[in-house]
Ligand binder design. Structure first.
Ligand code: G1P
Length: 360
């Protein structure tokens, strides 16, 4: 079986990070979001992957994965020139997929449950399509399914009046019947060919569409707060500490902590779960739970928790604790005593900052 992984989304809600990298490559616990999914697909026994990309992010993926060899995969890149929808992405992958059944995975999803059970169930139950569903609190933001006696009786994309709270989470298994569905649908109100409409076509034409409900956590990592939450979830799952760098006797390490080779911890408290990459220096700092720090980061005189700091950034002399923050590559933040005592920032397009106000 082959898989297609859809990574052509522009990631506008993650700007400015997505000005310089595809959103699927933003690291969570120091590993690209997409790598978790590719590894999960591999564990499900699938090693031929078509990565659907767009003209502006294709090189990011090629740089990160090349032909897929380092992950034990064979990756082919399929270019979706324009954002014409998920069903359009499937249609342009027809040559790559041939007529065999396949897995489709939306590349910005993170899923706790293994895919293998879902794939095995589909291969043995003879259904024409199967979808992964999860209960959600805000059904109007998703494709929503209605079930009856183990079969899917209806799917609607972002319904105004949802009939259930079971959302399509972005993992699908299809036989080649899906191509018939895609040929028979029209673009939706948002101008896209919706895969949900193609699945609804199958249901309406008597095909057998089944579902598998996941109760473990899953996350669509489309927004900064989703990435920070995914980071927390992944860090909680780290079972063992690994200390590759050096820690001086004035420092204290508590809980599960991973420190990469060549990193130095000086006069600091690191309270896990925390991951620190290679060649980073943490001096006179508190690094609290749920923090991921990339390679070659310098932290001096500051406190940070529940945050992601990407590689090559320098942060020093900050009075307030940094919390729930997503800090990109090569960022500089420093406290000063110089006058005027003002906020002085150079923020890229679409940056966001929240400054704590002193009570009047
Ligand atoms: C897409 C699908 C939707 C699904 C969602 C999951 O929506 O169209 O059915 O529930 O992914 O993340 P989009 O993220 O394109 O709005």
């Amino acid at each position: 079986m082959k898989a297609i992984v859809l990574c052509a989304g522009r990631g506008t809600r993650l700007r400015p990070l997505t000005h310089t990298s595809a959103k699927h490559l933003i690291p969570v616990a120091n590993k690209a979001v997409l790598t978790y999914s590719l590894e999960a697909i591999k564990r499900a026994g699938i090693d031929e992957i078509g990565l659907i990309v767009n003209p502006s992010n294709i090189e990011d993926f090629k740089r990160e994965y090349g032909s897929g060899e380092s992950l034990g995969l064979r990756i082919e890149y399929i270019l979706q020139e324009e954002p014409k929808g998920l069903a359009h992405a499937v249609a342009i992958s027809h040559d790559f997929l041939g007529e065999e059944s396949f897995l489709m995975y939306l590349g910005d999803n993170l899923l706790e449950e293994e895919l293998k059970g879902f794939v095995d169930e589909f291969l043995s139950n003879g259904s024409d399509a199967s979808i992964l569903l999860a209960p959600v609190e805000n059904p109007s933001r998703f494709g929503i399914a209605t079930l009856s006696k183990g079969r899917v009786t209806k799917v609607v994309e972002k319904p105004k009046k949802p009939e259930s709270n079971l959302a399509l989470i972005g993992v699908y298994l299809f036989t080649n019947k899906i191509f018939e569905g895609i040929e028979n649908i029209k673009p939706s109100w948002r101008g896209e060919l919706e895969i949900t409409d193609a699945i609804e076509y199958l249901i309406e034409h008597g095909y057998n569409v089944t579902a598998h409900i996941v109760y473990g956590w899953w996350k669509d990592t489309g927004m900064p707060e989703d990435i920070i939450e995914a980071n927390r979830r992944v860090l909680i799952g780290i079972k063992e500490s690994f200390i590759g760098g050096s820690i001086d006797e004035k420092s204290k390490i508590e809980g599960t902590v991973i420190i990469g080779e060549g990193s130095q911890i000086v006069s600091s408290v690191i309270r896990g779960p925390v991951i620190i990459g290679k060649k980073s220096t943490i001096e006179n700092c508190y690094v609290g739970p749920f923090t991921s720090i990339g390679d070659n980061v310098i932290l001096n005189n500051c406190e940070v928790e529940n945050s992601i700091l990407l590689r090559d950034s320098h942060i020093s002399d900050i009075m307030m604790r940094i919390d729930a923050s997503l800090i990109g590559r090569n960022v500089r933040i420093r406290g000063t005593h110089s006058k005027p005592a003002a906020l002085k920032v150079i923020l890229g397009d679409y940056s966001q900052a929240e400054i704590h106000m002193i009570s009047p």
